[in-house]
Design a protein around this ligand. Structure first.
Ligand code: UAG
Ligand code: ATP
Ligand code: API
Ligand code: MG
Length: 502
């Protein structure tokens, strides 16, 4: 008994010494990185002397590339506890429970992220992130902020813009972008934070001041598996906020928003339904094809906003943007500048044409987004609603019939086609969506998106409205790993035989 206790004590002492050693090595590594040591999470990029972080990936375990990184000359390896370096390896092994988070801390050290002193705003939720970031950019810029934006469409700041390939960039890239923004004099970064990014610690090492939740509806169950897991990934943006953060801005018209607000008692809650008792209440005065007239009550004050945007969901987006702007010190009168905000590329964007057809390009690629955008145009003064839609390949399969159902509910003519098939068979994707279209008034199916758009345009009568959903601003169609140039706006103009003017 006595011996065993002594043995246990010895083991504990050895473990304590190991832990202290690891802590010291981690501190040494962070110092070296802060002085310019480069860190890689892809073994193929490692150069002699650099550090390699072995990320347990979604597809493969980065630990299997440790030998390759060593061969490339890595002198530091960061990996999960229990990792053993190959015999004879000269590199220093630093154990870390969460290598993805370690990468964030190292990126923050390398790019001196905390020292920039910029305001950081993170926007998450299934739909509306891009829209809200554009609104925030507009209102903050009009109120003397120099704003940088990171999101689905592009990464930009005054005088600079580069197209995005992801909604939230990878961790190292993200810290690099923020450093570039700081150098360009940006004082406020507004960024979209996807659930994938939160789950994969892509925003590790970033201290958000304001976090916004739009809504949580079905998407990405291929990745998160359950709605609860999807919600919990999004909730991390709020539950992991630093103590000095300014505000959580949460949509309580959304049931997951209400659940989140219970966990964040100090939050600014927004909504259009009095029953949900939002702290920032929006009252619709009118919502027509000319725009939204919204009255807002918050903190004992009230004001009105006349926006040219259409759709009830945009009233919610306007509330979110105002909640975040107020948290950053904009005064209610400064919010009036949102009245000059005319919309986001590829979000209910009209395609002007000489024939006078009512054609819109939109980015709805979830059941809820389709429901929102199509119910919005349904309520306007058009004769019939036509909708072109498809579902992305290698994404949530379960949402496909639900997307069909949403289209069926609001469109008189449903045109089923391809979106980005990626590595899936486009016909098989369409077959997944088809059950949702049972009972539809009229269905047209064309696997080729250009032909589908042509068929929809051909079926239009003068007072009809056509929404071409799913690809919005995208300039490509992704098939088997290749992106071919494709833009819905341009395709409409080409089919109508008109020049592209905007
Ligand atoms: C399926 C998925 O989400 N994958 C993401 C994940 O990849 P991963 O790191 O787990 O990659 P992996 O292939 O398993 O490799 C594991 C590790 O081995 C390393 N490796 C690999 C090969 C090699 O030879 N040597 C080597 O070291 C890799 O560099 C990596 O570090 O983590 C990476 C780093 O954060 C992401 O870039 C990557 O996103 C891929 C490219 C992607 O397409 N993701 C999509 C689904 C996505 O994130 N979409 C959201 C949109 C959501 C929305 O808008 O609603 C987005 O934010 O864009
Ligand atoms: N608040 C909202 N609620 C529901 N649907 C919305 C809302 N805002 C926009 N939408 C719909 O969702 C589509 C996508 O909007 P947006 O690009 O702003 O969302 P996002 O969250 O950035 O999407 P992604 O996850 O692809 O980046 C719009 O084209 C519109 O159809
Ligand atoms: N950020 C979203 C974009 C989807 C866009 C849509 N066009 C599609 O390909 O499904 C995603 O990666 O799921
Ligand atoms: Mg987006």
């Amino acid at each position: 008994m006595e011996e065993r206790r002594a043995g246990g004590f010895l083991v504990d002492a050895r473990r304590r010494a190991e832990l202290k050693y690891m802590k010291d090595m981690w501190t040494k590594l962070v110092r070296a990185v802060a002085k310019g040591l480069m860190v890689r999470s892809d073994s193929r990029q490692v150069k002699p002397g650099e550090a390699f972080v072995a990320v347990p990936g979604v597809g493969v375990d980065g630990a299997q590339y440790i030998p390759a990184a060593l061969e490339q000359g890595a002198e530091w390896i960061v990996a999960v506890p229990g990792t053993v370096l190959p015999e004879g390896a000269q590199a220093t092994l630093v154990e870390h429970e969460n290598p993805r988070a370690a990468l964030g801390s190292l990126a923050a050290a390398y790019f001196k992220t905390a020292e920039h002193g910029m305001h950081m705003v993170g926007v998450t939720g299934t739909n509306g992130k891009t829209t809200i970031t554009y609104m925030l950019e507009h209102v903050l810029s009009a109120n003397s902020h120099r704003v940088g934006v990171i999101g689905t469409v592009n990464c930009r700041w005054p005088g600079f813009s580069v197209d995005s390939s992801m909604t939230t960039p990878d961790c190292w890239k993200l810290h690099e972008i923020i450093a570039n923004m700081a150098e360009a004099g940006v004082d406020t970064v507004v960024m979209e934070v996807s659930s994938h990014a939160l789950d994969q610690d892509r925003v590790a090492g970033i201290a958000f001041d304001v976090a916004v939740l739009t809504n949580v509806t079905q998407d990405h169950l291929d990745y998160h598996k359950t709605m609860d897991a999807y919600f919990e990934a999004k909730a991390r943006l709020f539950t992991e906020l630093p103590r000095q953060a300014k505000a959580c801005v949460i949509n309580v018209d959304d049931s997951y928003g209400r659940r989140l607000a219970e966990r964040c008692p100090e939050s600014v809650t927004y909504g259009l339904e009095a029953a949900h008792q939002p702290s920032m209440m929006g009252q619709m005065q009118s919502c027509t094809s000319c725009g939204i007239h919204l009255r807002v009550e918050h903190g004992g004050q009230s004001w009105e906003i006349d926006s040219p945007l259409i759709g009830l969901y945009n009233a919610a987006n306007l509330l979110a943007a105002q909640g975040a702007a107020l948290a950053l010190g904009v005064k209610p009168r400064g919010l009036k500048t949102l009245e000059d905000f005319h919309g986001v590329p590829g979000r209910l964007q009209r395609v002007p044409n000489e024939k006078g057809l009512h054609v819109f390009v939109d980015y709805a690629h979830t059941p809820d987004a389709l429901e929102n955008v199509l119910s919005c145009v349904r309520d306007l003064d058009f004769a019939r609603v036509l909708a072109v839609f498809g579902c992305g390949g290698n994404r949530d399969r379960a949402k496909r019939p639900l997307m069909g159902e949403a289209v069926c509910r609001y469109a008189d003519v449903a045109v089923l086609t391809s979106d980005n098939p990626r590595f899936e068979d486009p016909e098989a994707i369409m077959a997944d969506a088809r059950p949702g279209l049972t009972g539809c008034v009229q269905v047209i199916e064309k696997v080729d998106r250009r032909e589908a758009i042509a068929a929809a345009l051909g079926a239009m009568l003068p007072d009809d409205v056509l929404v071409i959903a799913g690809k919005g601003h995208e300039n490509y169609q992704e098939v088997k790993g290749e992106r071919h140039h494709f833009n819905d706006f341009e395709v409409v103009k080409e089919i109508l035989g008109e020049a592209v003017t905007c």
